[in-house]
Design a protein around this ligand. Sequence first.
Ligand SMILES: [Zn+2]
Length: 143
Amino acid sequence: MTGIYIPLALRARVIKRAVSCCEYCCSPARYSPEVFEIEHILPLAAGGKTVLDNLALACPACNRYKGSRQSAVDAQTGQDVPMFNPRVQHWADHFVWSDDLSEVIGQTPIGRATVDALRMNRPAVRHYRAALQALGLHPALVK
Ligand SMILES: [Zn+2]
């Protein structure tokens, strides 16, 4: 969410904990022209607080697509499931990279629903991953 003041020290802790990568699609902030955002996992409107345990580093696209959503539909099962929560779940338990490392593949209902909801394999981010991979910079983070 934008427009919410997050103290610089808290912001720095979120960025450091995330190793400067989007905690959803794993894009590295270091090589992105966009400014990554501090995202409230449980939205403020739903009672979420501006505390370390409720914050995640997100690229602007993942943050915008997530918005205030807390759940999404898993196309495989048709069930509405909670979105991936990087504070209580491990990325590798819900996602893997495709063989060519260009796509994030959801491995669980939560993973599949989150990949779809956040459009984690949108063409621009796939091109970004390919460019970083050619430079030996992707995947940037093994979670
Ligand atoms: Zn992202």
